[in-house]
Design a protein around this ligand. Structure first.
Ligand code: PLP
Length: 437
């Protein structure tokens, strides 16, 4: 039976069973038989993943800032599902658009025969993106967008080397894994296949040192043609770079003919308190990667570049050298158009800044990041995973963050109410106190 707040996802948590409940446990038993053991956190590695020796909950339904599990327990989602539900879960405008578009045209043909939502989305992204970023390669997930950006940069600069940064997360498919650095364990088994073209340097490193990698006797081999950076480290623990650093990277790239790529898959579309992570310094990259929140819950992403950079691909000679079956999928493209409408109408950056103010009021100098892309410092490596487990038992979803697992990530949906946020923050505060003893 529906309860007050159920309809629009503005409710506080309400738990009916122990966590996880019997329905979740039964489904996880099936999952454990049929999914690669490396994927979902279940009993075997639950200790490490969530600090408690038990199965995950199984999500069955969601709306706004609320998620319900298979046992009917209601949670408050302070992660917005990996940052995807920036406008809230199951936003009615997106749901309606997906419904209508699937009746009209469920699938088109990638690069061969385009469809109206795909075309309109690229036009819209050109309007929304910073500066003159106005030509796209549409993709489905974040890693794919990063790889499309890297291919574009390589063609444009003619140099295969990539400067990327420690603690960064760009996805886990091979091309993206090569540039990701977050967690050695993700890379170690595949190291022999990741290629020597990438060099990782500390995030925020002194610009003179970085410049030495681009030119001069200590220049990296192969020569660096792309600088890839998250304007705020996301999974790496909501780390903001030193003031002026992004501007410095812009001028390094300009001086040495490298292509500057901002991975704004987490930060973008208003989450960081501006439409884009570079806005605070007025920096426009050559290519921006956008994903996560773009589809309002549907899988769509993009690499958006300056026309003169994208021109390096040359005219397609009939068979595109970069495409994919689902490129510019009509339903996900239509969903993205609806999500962009909602983000613009709600003035996403402004709402993100209001969320930041509320979080800072409680946690003050223990807060990192900007906008609705925040982390609370626990001061103790590994503690965030234990807190995640404890908070789950109270009906609050958070993710541990930071390379040392000491950050409680807070990336709530922008539609979260002040009351919901206050409730969640209070629970986090108490949980930190309790875990510290
Ligand atoms: C900054 C950033 N880039 C890329 C990715 C990879 O996206 P996906 O998991 O959709 O491949 C992520 C995912 O968390 C991310 O945070």
């Amino acid at each position: 039976m529906s309860e007050p707040g159920d309809e629009d996802g503005r409710a506080l948590p309400a738990l009916k069973t122990e966590i996880p409940g019997p329905e979740s446990v039964a489904l996880i038993d099936v999952l454990a038989r049929h999914e690669s053991p490396g994927v979902t956190a279940r009993r075997g590695r639950a200790n490490e993943a969530r600090g408690l020796d038990r199965d995950p909950i199984v999500w069955e339904r969601s709306r706004g800032s609320n998620v319900w599990d298979a046992d009917g327990n209601r949670y408050l989602d302070l992660t917005s599902g990996f940052g995807v539900a920036l406008i809230g879960h199951g936003h009615p405008r997106v749901v309606e658009t997906v419904h209508q578009q699937s009746e009209l045209l469920m699938h088109a043909m990638g690069d061969v025969y385009p469809n109206p939502p795909r075309i309109r989305l690229m036009e819209r992204l050109a309007e929304r993106a910073a500066g003159d970023l106005s030509q796209c390669i549409l993709t489905s997930g974040g890693a794919e967008a990063v790889e499309a950006a890297l291919k574009t940069a390589t063609l444009s600069s003619g140099r295969p080397g990539v400067l990327a940064f420690e603690g960064s997360y760009h996805g886990l498919s091979y091309g993206a894994l090569a540039v990701s650095h977050y967690k050695e364990s993700f890379r170690a088994p595949f190291m022999g296949q990741l290629g020597p073209h990438v060099i990782h340097r500390p995030y925020g490193e002194d610009l003179t040192r970085l410049e030495a990698l681009l030119a001069g006797p200590e220049a990296h081999e192969p020569a660096i043609g792309a600088i890839l950076v998250e304007p705020i480290l996301g999974r790496g623990g909501q780390v903001s770079p030193p003031a002026g650093w992004l501007t410095g990277l812009r001028s390094l790239a300009d001086r040495h003919g490298a292509v500057l790529i901002f991975d704004e898959i987490y930060t973008g579309l208003g989450r960081c308190g501006d439409w884009w992570g570079g806005d605070a310094e007025g920096v426009v990259p050559d290519v921006v990667c956008v994903g996560k929140a773009l589809g309002g819950g549907m899988p769509i992403s993009a690499a958006i570049a300056r026309p003169q950079i994208m021109a390096a691909w040359g005219q397609s000679q009939g068979e595109a050298i970069h495409t994919s079956t689902f490129l510019g999928h009509p339903v996900t493209s239509a969903a993205a158009l609806a999500a962009l409408d909602v983000l613009e109408e709600m003035d996403a950056p402004k709402r993100a800044r209001a969320i930041e103010a509320q979080v800072r009021e409680r946690f003050r100098d223990r807060v990192r990041g900007r906008g609705a892309m925040l982390g609370v410092e626990t001061g103790s490596p590994g503690l965030a995973a234990r807190l995640t487990g404890r908070l789950l038992s109270e009906g609050i979803l958070v993710l541990p963050g930071g390379v040392d697992g000491d950050i409680v990530g807070l990336t709530p949906p922008l539609v979260i109410t002040d009351e919901q946020l206050d409730w969640g923050l209070g629970a986090i505060d108490r949980a930190i106190e309790a875990e510290r003893g």
